[in-house]
Design a binder for this molecule. Structure first.
Ligand code: NDP
Length: 472
């Protein structure tokens, strides 16, 4: 059995059976058996079942929000938003089965066309920071495209994923289409990566584990989507609405207790406005309400585990670099106060490594070129923001920063309808929007002979022209 903890109290909240190799193999076998039937479901019926699943989740919105808030230690208001996004994600992809279009391509002697075929069984490995939402980003497009899935949640936060398996059956999806294995990544996750009957792995988590998954998938030439770490820059120019930028900056890094791959944990501030920025920013950080996830007023909860708290603490070396800190409750639970390190160099460990906790590094810059250089001086390229009132500068910066999802005068970068994913070591492939759907299909090209004689070179062709059939 696995004991599931509540990070705000460090107490057990559930005991669940721990899955191992045998359970993982059984889940893959169920998904494999269900695949022929699921791929043959008429597109309109598949759409109706996905709408039904969205409605079934909606019927449990509050219950799932409370479960997620308790298990992941996140504020209840955030958890409600995340379950809302989960529902929206299933609705968005429910429309997809009837819009999986191919192309017709002009050829001689017949017709050529393309189809988007499902891959088969896909393995989905998700982390603990946004448990059900990130699962939905993968499950919904995978099912819409006609695949069956084996979902492996993080061992720390398996509860809403286990609910999803039950809700899929309740919504009328056939047995074996959605399967959940709750067990350790080093056992169940690894088995999915190695398994010859799994066609693709879609993974969100650390760059380190992502590297191992890419290597492991090579043996069976699995398709891989990796959504990995980040060290995103929040770039604030002197000509920005500084009050708005400084007021928004705290939750852009301390939201979800900093455990967000999009966290703008490097705050790049133009030196000419640094003092003014820090003045407003400090007040905003000190005002963050850190506490009980189930309290409606809470804005930040604990970090996920004692291990994570120790990891985060290792980035806060001494009071010398700590500019200021917010508050955190005393007592049990994995609490860590919002912490601002300033001024930092981009070469500092805290500016280069993904801390995944409530720690921000403030880095001054001189001008636009300096801002681009610092923003790109990282192994990551996931997200980021640009704050300026100069539209042309905003566009130049957005084009120059190597990251998959940027925002201007805003700190949001994730929407159901737009692609999300990383440059460089932040990952491979895209989630959400139409791009994710394509990632769960193979393109098949079919040539249909109609009049084979017509494919021979015609009399209108110049005999000296190269024969296109012989060009490979
Ligand atoms: P991991 O990358 O270890 O975990 C992510 C998922 O992968 C979990 O479901 C985990 O299972 C599974 N997993 C672990 N090892 C393997 C393996 N060998 N093969 C297949 N699957 C595996 O993240 P951690 O939870 O350990 O967090 C560590 C650090 O990773 C964080 O501090 C943060 O820096 C980064 N991280 C980044 C995330 C992001 O969204 N970019 C999300 C989470 C973490 P299980 O947990 O059950 O063992």
């Amino acid at each position: 059995m696995t004991t599931v903890l509540e990070p705000a109290t460090a107490q057990a909240m559930a005991e669940i059976p721990a899955a191992g190799i045998e359970e993982t193999d059984a889940a893959v076998a169920r998904a494999k058996a269900a695949f022929p039937r699921w791929r043959a479901v008429a597109p309109g019926d598949r759409a109706r079942l996905l709408y039904a699943l969205a409605a079934t989740i909606e019927g449990r919105h509050e219950e799932l929000s409370v479960l997620e808030a308790r298990n992941a230690g996140k504020p209840i208001s955030d958890a409600r938003g995340e379950i809302g996004m989960t529902i929206e994600t299933f609705r968005y992809y429910a429309a997809a089965p009837e819009r999986l279009l191919g192309r017709t391509i002009p050829v001689g002697g017949g017709e050529a066309m393309t189809f988007r075929e499902p891959l088969g069984v896909v393995g989905l490995i998700v982390p603990w920071n946004f448990p059900l939402t990130i699962a939905a980003w993968k499950v919904a497009p995978a099912l819409a495209a006609g695949n069956t899935v084996v979902l492996k949640p993080a061992e720390l936060t398996p509860l809403t994923a286990l609910e999803l398996e039950r809700l899929a059956l309740e919504a009328g999806l056939p047995e074996g289409v959605v399967n959940v294995v709750a067990g350790p990544g080093s056992v169940c996750g690894r088995r999915l990566v190695e398994h010859p009957d799994v066609a693709k792995i879609a993974f969100t988590g650390s760059t380190e584990v992502g590297r191992g998954i890419a290597a492991g998938a090579a043996d069976t030439i699995k398709r891989v989507t990796l959504e990995l770490g980040g060290k995103s820059a929040n770039v604030i120019f002197g000509d920005a609405d500084l009050e708005a930028a400084a007021a928004a900056a705290p939750l852009a890094v301390f939201g979800n207790a900093g455990q967000d791959c999009c966290a703008r944990s490097r705050i790049l501030v133009q030196r000419s406005c640094l003092d003014r920025f820090m003045f407003v920013f400090e007040d905003a950080v000190r005002a963050i309400r850190v506490g009980d996830p189930l309290d409606e007023r809470t804005q930040m909860g604990p970090v996920i585990s004692e291990e994570q708290r120790e990891k985060v603490a290792s980035y806060v070396p001494g009071e010398a670099v700590v500019a200021f800190r917010g508050s955190a409750p005393e007592g049990p639970g994995f609490w860590f106060p919002p912490t601002v390190l300033a001024p930092c160099s981009n070469h500092d460990r805290s500016a280069q490594e993904e801390i995944f906790g409530p720690v921000a590094a403030v880095i001054p810059f001189e001008d636009e070129a300096d801002a681009v250089r610092i923003a790109n001086d990282t192994i990551y390229g996931l997200s980021g923001s640009i704050w300026t009132r100069d539209g042309a500068r905003a566009m130049r910066m957005a084009r120059a920063i190597d990251a998959g999802a940027l925002s201007v005068n805003s700190n949001t970068s994730v929407r159901v309808t737009t692609p999300f994913g990383g440059f460089k070591q932040s990952g491979i492939g895209r989630e959400l929007g139409p791009d994710a759907l394509e990632g769960y299909t193979e393109v098949k090209s079919v040539y249909f002979a109609v009049d084979p004689a017509a494919s021979a070179p015609g009399e209108l062709l110049d005999p000296a022209a190269p024969d296109t059939e012989s060009i490979s």
